[in-house]
Design a protein around this ligand. Structure first.
Ligand SMILES: Nc1nc2c(c(=O)[nH]1)N[C@H]1C(S)=C(S)[C@@H](COP(=O)(O)O)O[C@H]1N2
Ligand SMILES: [Mo]
Length: 288
C-alpha cells in the first residue's frame, strides 16, 4: 500500500518494486551462473532502480543496461510459497508536469559563478524534518488562509522541474530536477487578494526571504521536497524548502514553515544584513 506522504517519484519506485517482486515470485527468466540463481530484471528506470535496491544498491546501471540480480539460494526441502502483494486500487494521481526551466542563455552560467555538480550545504538552523508533522501556513493578503500538510501538497499539480540555482558565494548547480508544487497554484487556492504585492518565505527559527509578487508567481517558483528524485537532505531544507531559481539561492528558504503575502516589502534575513533586496544573479545583484 502506498504511504500517504509518498511523492510521485516514490510512488513510481514503490510500484516498480512491487512489479519486480511479483516478477521474481512469478519466476521470471532465471539463468544459472555458477550455481547462483540470477533473475533478469529491469525494463523501466524505476524497475532497474528497484532491482538495485533489492540487491542492496550494489549495482548502478547505465541507462539501457539490464540488471542481473542475485536471488537467494532456495532452501532445501519444503518451499514456502512466495507472498505476492495484492494489487491495490490506487486513488487517481494528481497531475504531474515535467518542466524544463533551465537557463537558455549563453553562456549558461551567470557572471562570477562556477559550476558544482551537487548542492553545497550552506548551513542554517534545521526545523522538524518529519513529513507527518509538516505544516505550511499560507496567510496574509488572501481570502482563505490555509495550513497545508505534506499530504495536501501532494494534492496539487506535481512539478518535476529541471532548473539552475546560483549561490551568491559563487557556485551554481545546473540542471538538477526539483520536485514540488508551484507557489502560484497555492496562491490560487488561497484566493490571493489584489493587495498582495510581496511574498515572504518563512522558515524555522525565524529565517525569512522576500520576493516581489511577480517573481513569486512565476511558474518556476516552487515549494520543493525533492532534488534529483530524492527527498531533500536535512542540510538542504527537509522536508520542504522554497525554490526561487531566478534569484540568488539565499531567497530559497530551507525548512519552510510559511508563505506570507504582504502589502509591503519586508526585507529578509540576508537582505537586512547587506545583501541585495532583488538578488538577480544575471545582474550580479549581490550586495546592497
Ligand atoms: N532556513 C534557511 N534557509 C536558507 C538559509 C538558512 O540559513 N536558513 N540559507 C540560504 C542560503 S544563504 C543559501 S545559499 C541556500 C543554501 O542552500 P543549500 O544549503 O541547500 O545549498 O539556502 C538558503 N536558505
Ligand atoms: Mo548563500
Amino acid at each position: 500500500m502506498d504511504e500517504p506522504n509518498q511523492t510521485p517519484a516514490e510512488v513510481r519506485l514503490a510500484k516498480a518494486r512491487r512489479r519486480f517482486i511479483q516478477a521474481l515470485a512469478a519466476g521470471t527468466t532465471v539463468v544459472t551462473l555458477g550455481g547462483i540463481g540470477y533473475a533478469i530484471a529491469g525494463r523501466t528506470d524505476e524497475e532497474r532502480l528497484a532491482a538495485e535496491l533489492a540487491d542492496g544498491g550494489r549495482r548502478r546501471l547505465p541507462p539501457g543496461q539490464r540488471a542481473l540480480v542475485e536471488k537467494p539460494e532456495a532452501p532445501a526441502g519444503n518451499q514456502p510459497q512466495p507472498e505476492i502483494e495484492p494489487v491495490v486500487e490506487t486513488p487517481p494521481e494528481p497531475k504531474l508536469l515535467r518542466v524544463d526551466a533551465t537557463s537558455k542563455q549563453t553562456p549558461r552560467l551567470p557572471p562570477g559563478q562556477t559550476e558544482r555538480t551537487t548542492l553545497k550545504p550552506m548551513g542554517g538552523m534545521p526545523g522538524d524534518p518529519s513529513r507527518d508533522a509538516f505544516k505550511l501556513k499560507v496567510y496574509g493578503e488572501v481570502e482563505e488562509e490555509l495550513e497545508i500538510s505534506f499530504r495536501d501538497l501532494l494534492g496539487f499539480t506535481q512539478i518535476e522541474q529541471t532548473c539552475d540555482v546560483h549561490c551568491v558565494t559563487g557556485w551554481s548547480l545546473l540542471g538538477a530536477i526539483w520536485s514540488g508544487v508551484r507557489v502560484a497554484d497555492i496562491a490560487e487556492r488561497v484566493k490571493l487578494k489584489d493587495s498582495a504585492k510581496f511574498v515572504i518565505f518563512e522558515a524555522a527559527h525565524g529565517y525569512t526571504a522576500n520576493v516581489d509578487i511577480e517573481e513569486a508567481l512565476k511558474p518556476n517558483v516552487l515549494v520543493a521536497y525533492e532534488v534529483n528524485q530524492r527527498p531533500l537532505a536535512q542540510a538542504h531544507g527537509s522536508p520542504v524548502r522554497g525554490l526561487v531559481p531566478d534569484r540568488y539561492f539565499w531567497k530559497s528558504a530551507k525548512y519552510l514553515t510559511g508563505i506570507r503575502f504582504t502589502k509591503r516589502d519586508y526585507p529578509g534575513f540576508w537582505e537586512t544584513r547587506g545583501y541585495n533586496n532583488h538578488a538577480d544573479p544575471w545582474k550580479q545583484e549581490r550586495f546592497s
